[in-house]
Design a binder for this molecule. Structure first.
Ligand code: KIV
Length: 276
């Protein structure tokens, strides 16, 4: 009946938000991957990844769209529910899609759906100064939040493409201020996408909560990649930070274990995966 208490005694108990914070303090890199269905979620869990994200990248890699903009809350709930069934140990974060958190009330209603129907343990939203009050509202209602900064794919039509963010000094300072404000508002995790290595490290140092990077260099607390990129399934031109771990291997679980090992030993990301 008290499953949580029983699990605490396991060799590898399920990851929780406190353990992620401890890993930051201990400087143990946090290995994260996306997943969108139960079978792959199980493989990712077996690989030893600490965090699984049901990203709205599912719009691109599952639904074949050009951007994440058309993804809906119903899509996220469906895929989150599938993924949750495949997990034993990894911590489950689920993306709030475009326009699903425009007001505090809407954000709370939708995060409740992602948690109650989808099994999310934390929700992720693309944030900035404009989302501080929303994060505060969610935190006041005990909804764990990850704030996504840097390149925010839901803003692709506003920023005019998928580009490295925070290269100019003023933009870098603004991002550090936003990260601090979101942490003060109650964010439990920050995800940084496509920023120069120096800015990734500066944001990591400025915060008490863990900072997970994708194209944010080696100076952050953890790394995340899109599962289909790691397994070499995605075709066409890849972003600079992607490494195909299937290359030279014929077993997907072995490839995922190699990714987790590379993150834990800081072999990934290498200099060729970073931005300056
Ligand atoms: O949607 C997603 O998969 C993400 C990753 C790029 C981190 O947000």
């Amino acid at each position: 009946m008290y499953k949580q208490l029983e699990q605490r005694g396991m060799d590898s108990p399920p990851v929780n938000v406190g353990m992620l914070r401890d890993m930051k303090r201990a400087r143990e890199p946090i290995a994260c991957l996306t997943a969108y269905d139960a079978s792959f979620a199980q493989l990712v869990d077996f690989s030893g990844a600490d965090v699984v994200l049901v990203g709205d990248s599912l719009g691109m890699v599952i639904q074949g769209l050009d951007t994440t903009v058309p993804v809906t809350v119903n899509d996220m709930v469906y895929h989150a529910r599938c993924v949750a069934r495949g997990l034993r140990r990894a911590f489950l974060i689920v993306d709030m899609p475009f326009m699903s958190y425009t007001t505090s009330t809407q954000a709370l209603d939708n995060s409740v759906r992602l948690m109650q129907e989808g099994g999310a343990m934390m929700v992720k939203l693309e944030g900035g100064q404009g989302q501080v009050a929303i994060v505060e509202h969610l935190a006041q209602h005990d909804v764990p939040v990850c704030a996504h900064l840097g390149l925010k794919p839901q803003s692709v039509h506003k920023i005019g493409g998928f580009k490295v963010q925070g290269r100019e000094e003023q933009a870098a300072h603004r991002m550090i201020d936003e990260a601090r404000a979101l942490e003060s508002a109650g964010a439990d995790l920050v995800l940084l996408e496509c920023v120069p290595t120096s800015l990734g490290a500066a944001i990591r140092d400025a915060l008490h909560v863990p900072v997970i990077g994708i194209g944010a260099g080696p100076g952050v607390d953890g790394q995340i990649l899109v599962l289909y990129d790691v397994l070499g399934i995605t075709q066409g031109r890849m972003p600079r930070f992607v490494q195909n771990f299937m290359r030279g291997r014929d077993d997907p679980l072995e490839a995922l274990r190699a990714y987790v090992h590379a993150v834990k030993t800081r072999a990934y990301p290498a200099p060729e995966h970073t931005f300056s």
